[in-house]
Design a binder for this molecule. Structure first.
Ligand code: NAD
Length: 260
């Protein structure tokens, strides 16, 4: 990786975002962390990454459901690093419930955080990337950006939308050295997945153990969870010049789920 690249990784205080932030730091990229967590937890993670990888690591607490916060996040990253070369749109939430009972507020929050936030981060950073003739936008979609499962109307709609956004941004930036791709993970055992296990059990009338084996891993042909390290490695590769011709792609990392 060329030295002094700078990235924003949204939702990077936990799970996949933190794994991607770490992989970018390990490649020598300065990173703006973002997410919702306690100040002590965030500061410990920020300092650990900065010291271990000898890069600048900052934090901005933008609520990714709020366009004005997102504008401030991108402006702050530009002010601290002088530029933003890489944007990883990872912040996301989940809610599992049949559509007839699905709360309106959950629909709005999932569309805002999982889809609209990516529109805003890209809108505020892509012009500079195009002007410098180098940029990388990585949208963390999901296998649910390619196929559906029941009881996830907002999540599946948002992730399919994110794949569509990825394609149109890729086409618009293709002649300016800027790539835009979606990574579509299968199940990764992060807090987001752990939290939905009781809801899935309730919605389906089965035990939590059955949710893991018969629902979450049912479609993953490998019968294994994807790891945050595997996703971090792919994101870091997409930021290399070797990946310059990969754009507009929705890349499954799902243990064979969407091959079926
Ligand atoms: P996670 O719950 O561990 O992390 C989510 C991150 O987003 C956290 O840092 C959280 O603080 C942040 N966040 C949530 N709401 C926010 C808000 N309003 N503003 C700012 N930050 C906010 O979840 P994860 O599993 O690591 O998920 C990360 C992304 O990966 C999500 O977009 C998710 O849809 C996607 N994904 C996850 C899986 C999986 O199996 N875990 C599979 C496919 C896709």
């Amino acid at each position: 990786m060329k030295p002094n690249r700078a990235a924003i990784v949204t939702g990077s205080t936990s799970g996949i975002g933190l794994g991607i932030a770490e992989a970018l730091c390990a490649s020598g990229v300065h990173v703006m962390l973002n997410g919702l967590s306690s100040p002590q937890d965030i500061e410990a993670k920020r300092r650990e990454l900065a010291e271990r990888y000898d890069v600048e690591v900052a934090f901005h607490g933008a609520d990714m459901s709020k366009p004005e916060d997102i504008r401030d996040l991108t402006a702050t990253a530009k002010a601290i690093f002088g530029k933003v070369d890489i944007v990883v749109n990872n912040a996301g939430i989940q809610h599992v419930q049949p559509i007839e009972d699905f709360p309106d507020a959950k629909w709005d929050a999932i569309i805002a955080i999982n889809l609209s936030s990516a529109f805003h981060t890209i809108k505020h950073t892509i012009a500079d990337m195009k002007a410098r003739n180098w940029g990388r936008i990585i949208n963390i979609a999901s296998a649910h950006g390619l196929v559906a499962s029941p009881y996830k109307p907002a999540y599946v709609a948002a992730k399919h939308g994110l794949v569509g956004l990825t394609k149109t941004v890729a086409l618009g930036a293709a002649e300016h050295g800027v790539t835009c791709n979606a990574i579509c993970p299968g199940y990764v055992m992060t807090p987001l997945v752990r939290k939905q296990i009781p809801d899935q059990a309730k919605a389906r009338g089965i035990t939590e153990k059955q949710v893991i084996n018969d629902v979450l891993l049912k479609s993953q042909a490998t019968k294994q969870f994807v790891t945050v390290e595997q996703l971090g490695a792919l994101a870091a590769f997409l930021c290399t010049d070797a990946a310059a011709q990969i754009t507009g792609a929705a890349l499954p990392v799902d243990g064979g789920w969407t091959a079926q």
